[in-house]
Design a protein around this ligand. Structure first.
Ligand code: PLP
Length: 413
């Protein structure tokens, strides 16, 4: 990870412009006029970089894409209408019927249903492995699966995978690896570590204000002897051969964005950039607050409620938290209340914290998992995803950590 200062400089300087309007300009036009028929042809051919039509790109969104690509160390990015839009774009662009996705670890509910229900209806198969089940993971990779999907930190399971090891395996078996890095922007840079595609819900920490729904996928450049030249990706070869270095972006745009229109809108992209300016500052604050908050809760909660977070020495991921994650794994902590009634009572007694289905907000948020995002799943699936009847997910915000702790403690007593 690069330090917060690096990103504080990079982000404010890239969002701002030095001359004339210094804030990003919102270009809210859906269509763009061409100089003449020749220019129209050149734009559609991809030879001239002027805007074509807002479904496939908008100047405000292009600026956002350039900043996030730099931030993630990728070649380029494609912004989408939501985080689910980014996942749907990547899956539909890169996969076809009878391909298989391997999902490693626990997942956000929408991602789980996208893979396990929606993509399945269109013939894309899926299999699931725990983050430490390396033998099973290797077996699936050997069998020739087409894509691996993993969250950098399980939401809400708080599992911390050994990402370098998973990346090494995917590269060994020439399999595309997609990392959902929503929970750990800046902290982890999976493309630099060797992953192929990084996606984010920008609705979360990147914005911080909950004022804009959005997503983004960031892509690496195609290399010599790229894994995409493998026979299992033969359906992508015409684009790879034609577009070469930039093929991964063309695959996303031409095989998903153009035909399905999960496009970002200019106003949303503008709001997301306003959030990006302060992302590093806000992350630093949250990452410093969490161990303070978790320590207080761990000491003061009654024995029938436990706080969970990798910063605790007793947590099974504590060592990995320190080594691979540089002691920062996003805004989530969880409370196990052991039953739904106790969880509801605690939530309803909160005075400061907001009950809502988001994470990464500037405000501290909390939500009972089993009755909301995970309500459509059976018990076995909930268990696999790390959700129990008494689980509350908390997303820690910018408030004084002692004041956040007081709110939870007063809600119990
Ligand atoms: N990925 C993760 C890890 C998430 O937490 C979420 C949303 O909660 C998403 C993807 C989906 O993002 P969005 O709500 O912007 O569609």
């Amino acid at each position: 990870m690069k330090d917060y200062n690096y990103f504080n400089t990079l982000l404010v300087q890239n969002v701002g412009t030095k001359v004339r309007a210094i804030a990003p300009t919102i270009t809210s036009s859906a269509a763009f006029g061409y100089e003449d028929a020749q220019e129209a042809e050149s734009i559609f051919k991809g030879e001239v970089a002027n805007p074509l039509y807002a479904r496939v790109g908008n100047p405000t969104t292009t600026k956002l894409e350039t900043i996030v690509a730099k931030m993630e160390g990728g070649l380029a990015a494609v912004a989408t209408s939501s985080g689910m839009g980014a996942l749907a774009m990547v899956m539909t662009a890169y996969l076809k019927a009878e391909d298989e996705v391997l999902c490693i670890g626990g997942f956000f509910g929408g991602t789980y249903t996208l893979v396990n229900e929606t993509m399945k209806r269109f013939g894309v198969q899926s299999s699931f492995c725990g983050i430490e089940e390396y033998e099973q993971i290797e077996e699936r990779l050997k069998s020739g699966i087409n894509m691996v999907l993993i969250e950098s930190v399980g939401n809400p399971s708080l599992e911390l995978p050994d990402l370098p090891k998973i990346i090494e395996l995917c590269n060994q078996y020439e399999t595309l690896l997609v990392v959902d890095n929503t929970v750990t922007p800046l902290t982890l840079r999976p493309l630099e570590m060797g992953a192929d595609i990084v996606i984010h819900s920008t609705t979360k920490a990147m914005s911080g204000h909950s004022a804009a729904l959005g997503g983004i996928a960031v892509f690496r450049a195609i290399k010599e002897n790229d894994k995409l030249y493998h026979e299992k990706y033969a359906h992508l070869h015409p684009i790879v051969n034609k577009m070469q270095k930039k093929a991964m972006i063309a695959i996303a745009k031409k095989r998903a964005m153009r035909d399905m229109g999960m496009s970002a809108n200019a106003h949303g992209s503008f709001l997301t950039m306003l959030g990006l300016e302060t992302l590093a500052l806000r992350l630093q604050r949250v990452n410093e607050s969490i161990p303070i908050l978790v320590k207080i809760l761990n000491e003061k909660l009654p024995s029938n409620i436990t706080v969970s977070h990798p910063s605790l020495e007793t947590n099974r991921y504590h060592q990995r938290f320190k080594s691979n994650f540089n002691e920062a794994c996003g805004p989530i902590i969880t409370l196990e209340c052991n039953n739904k009634e106790r969880a509801f009572e605690l939530l309803n007694n909160l005075k400061l914290v907001t009950q809502t289905a988001n994470i990464g907000d500037n405000r501290t948020l909390a939500l009972h998992m089993a009755s909301t995002i995970y309500r459509d799943f059976d018990k076995a699936t909930q268990k696999y995803l790390g959700v129990s009847d008494g689980l509350i997910r908390i997303s820690v915000g910018l408030e004084d950590p002692k004041v956040i702790a007081e709110d939870f403690l007063q809600a119990i007593l």
